[in-house]
Design a binder for this molecule. Structure first.
Ligand code: C2E
Ligand code: MG
Ligand code: MG
Ligand code: MG
Length: 282
């Protein structure tokens, strides 16, 4: 009896996994066609100076509007794109799209693009960046790429060479989701980062939880010591912003400033007098 129950449980588990795999294959199939079918768009989220609210740039975030499934979250389709290799094409598409968009602004704001491990480790990634800049006319100093520490661990020596080549171009590099995954302080020293983005899981409770506050203060102090810019991700409340202002965090990003949205909603910033745009505008 015990044995048959065990077998039943196993079969149930197996078919459950089977459904999950089929589901992923369906999404993968549709994702391969999504760009050509114009289902993929780029949303932009402003990044603002903590002290003044001045918007310094935007992060490009992929959005997929599936004809039957509706909105599919990047946390669902990015991992599938990464495992299937689709991220190579998708990543280059969003890079070019973001550079083309930023080059069209009348204000010299920066644009940040997320880059996956497979892209970083591919031969010729710096050349891909260079071609995107050349073809769109965007100056290198206005482009920033965001990578997670996890993206570097596959082959740290190779990643280091690539990041130095990217720096040579004049493109800035941000460490995304800092504090999650394989955070190691030696990565901050070994790799030529310009910026640390503190993961939003730490920002959520900075004004309530003393331990989280202590960690964020320590990261800010680390940033100052290493001469790195620090951005707080996922700032949602005035209390969180007040904490970050008091602790002299350089930049903030989050729903309090603005949610990611089509770029035209920020036309006053991208085409107006950026210096007078305050974070409170959105
Ligand atoms: P990420 O790069 O850390 O981007 C920040 C995520 O936090 C975005 O989620 C953004 O919408 C969300 N966010 C921003 N402010 C707030 C806030 O105040 N509260 C909350 N709760 N969330 C906030 P999104 O757009 O769903 O993207 C999720 C992740 O998918 C990104 O995390 C990034 O890792 C990945 N991703 C998105 N676009 C791309 C892309 O073009 N290429 C690659 N490789 N990954 C991408
Ligand atoms: Mg990011
Ligand atoms: Mg992040
Ligand atoms: Mg993330």
């Amino acid at each position: 009896r015990v044995k048959s129950e065990g077998g039943g449980t196993y079969r149930f588990y197996e078919s459950f996994m089977g459904a999950d795999v089929r589901e992923r294959r369906l999404i993968e199939h549709d994702l391969r066609l999504a760009v050509a079918r114009s289902e993929i768009e780029v949303a932009y989220q402003p990044q603002a100076e903590t002290g003044t609210g001045r918007i310094t740039g935007f992060e490009a975030l992929l959005r997929w509007r599936h004809p039957e499934r509706g909105y599919v979250s990047p946390s669902t389709f990015i991992p599938i794109a990464e495992e299937s290799g689709i991220i190579m094409n998708l990543g280059e598409w969003v890079l070019r799209e973001a550079c083309r968009e930023a080059a069209s602004w009348s204000q010299p704001l920066s644009v940040a693009v997320n880059v996956s491990a497979m892209q970083i480790h591919a031969a010729g990634f710096p050349a891909t960046l260079q071609a995107a800049l050349r073809d769109t006319g965007l100056s290198a100093g206005r482009l920033e790429i965001e990578i997670t520490e996890t993206a570097l661990i596959r082959d740290p020596a190779r990643a280091l060479t690539t990041l130095h080549a990217i720096k040579e171009l004049g493109v800035r590099i941000a460490m995304d989701d800092f504090g999650t995954g394989y955070s190691s302080l030696s990565n901050l020293r070994a790799f030529p980062f310009d910026r640390i983005k503190i993961d939003r899981s730490f920002i959520k409770s900075i004004d309530k939880d003393e331990q989280t506050a202590a960690i964020v203060r320590a990261v800010l102090s680390l940033g100052r010591g290493l001469k790195l810019l620090v951005t707080a991700e996922g700032v949602e409340t005035d209390a969180e912003l007040a904490f970050l202002q008091a602790e002299a965090c350089h930049e903030v990003q989050g729903f309090l400033v603005a949610r990611p949205a089509p770029i035209w909603t920020f036309a006053a910033v991208t085409h107006g007098h950026a210096a007078s745009q305050k974070a409170t505008a959105a």
